[in-house]
Design a protein around this ligand. Structure first.
Ligand SMILES: Nc1ncnc2c1ncn2[C@@H]1O[C@H](COP(=O)(O)OP(=O)(O)OP(=O)(O)O)[C@@H](O)[C@H]1O
Length: 320
């Protein structure tokens, strides 16, 4: 394990890509007594300012760990994480506090975790502004405006217990955007809701993105959400594996595999199974792509691989 951490530290370098969020070779190891869990194993991710994107992946793949780090609640073991110019590994206590109050907003899955039960919706939204020094009168006006933009103005004087789950989550989006964060993080915000309420909450997130200017990262298992964003990144075993890009309105999904900064890629599991790829594989340089062949495939006739430079002559196993 130490080797993994050392390698990640050695690989520290300025990320080539600009982005509002840049994760570079991010590692998070949880140690409990005798057990070590590698929740993030060298994760790379770049999110451009203004994006509204989804993170998906099997349970335990590291999604919540990543969001906790980006929200400033947790620290990575190694690697680099930059958000809006803040180096999350180097931040001291004071900067971290300011970062959590102003730069990022967070919406949790559990509706009860987002709002204080004894405050009205308006008071809940106004509260974060108290901690950033916004004058009292301005807080109320901004809170009312946010509730209006997010379609829950009619809830302003109700307490959370008097709101439906979907209304609570929309108010939670207003709370999370009260201090105009550059980045809005949401962990399964529609997880406890029916389809109609989930759609309303996602519409609120989209408004936070389009009208309030927040860059949105949403962890979700909900196909309704992942099917509507332009980019969905899949995390597998603590790394980003594939990305799905869609056109406007979710049209024309196309799946890509992500090549990390060291040139490594994770093949989709169904390709690995379908072509019996195990352990050692043979790579071939084709004129316009790279071929991946199971070990044991006959040595290609030409210098460039089984198909030769003129194109395929047979089934193409794992062409990438
Ligand atoms: N505080 C912790 N201590 C020890 N192990 C942890 C801790 N938090 C998470 N893990 C482990 O880290 C791995 C990644 O967990 P994480 O919660 O990030 O996954 P996830 O993709 O969000 O899963 P889910 O979709 O179920 O929420 C899991 O194996 C989990 O058991």
């Amino acid at each position: 394990m130490r080797k993994l951490e050392e390698r990640a530290r050695d690989a520290l370098r300025t990320p080539a890509d600009d982005g509002l969020v840049v994760c570079d070779n991010l590692v998070r190891v949880y140690r409990t007594d005798e057990v070590e869990v590698q929740a993030l194993q060298g994760l790379d991710l770049v999110v451009e300012e203004g994006e509204c994107m989804a993170l998906v992946g099997a349970s335990g793949s590291g999604k919540s760990t990543l969001l906790s780090i980006l929200s400033g609640l947790d620290l990575p073991t190694a690697g680099r994480a930059l958000v809006a110019g803040h180096d999350l590994l180097a931040m001291r206590r004071r900067e971290r506090l300011g970062y959590r109050r102003r730069t990022v907003g967070f919406v949790w899955q559990q509706t009860g975790r987002n709002l204080l039960p004894y405050l009205t919706a308006l008071e809940n939204v106004a509260l974060p502004m108290k901690y950033t020094g916004v004058p009292h009168r301005k807080r109320g006006a901004r809170a009312a405006e946010l509730l209006d933009v997010l379609g829950v103005a009619y809830c302003r004087d109700r307490r959370p217990a008097e709101l439906s789950g979907g209304e609570q989550q929309r108010v939670a989006v207003a709370v999370a955007t009260a201090n105009a964060p550059r980045v809005l993080l949401a962990d399964e915000p529609t997880g406890e809701l029916d389809t109609a309420s989930g759609e309303e909450v996602f519409a609120a997130l989209r408004r936070a993105n389009e009208e309030l200017g927040a860059t949105v990262l949403v962890v979700t298992h909900d196909p309704l959400v992942s099917g509507q964003v332009r980019r969905t990144v899949r995390i597998r075993d603590g790394r980003t594996s594939t990305e799905t890009l869609r056109g406007p309105g979710g049209a024309g999904a196309e799946e890509f595999t992500v090549l990390d900064r060291a040139g490594r890629l994770q093949l989709p599991r169904d390709y690995v199974d379908r072509y019996g790829l195990r352990g050692r594989v043979r790579l071939t340089a084709e004129p316009d792509h790279v071929g991946v062949w199971p070990d044991g495939t006959d040595r290609p006739a030409g210098p460039d691989g089984p198909t030769g430079p003129d194109g395929p002559t047979g089934p193409e196993p794992g062409g990438t």
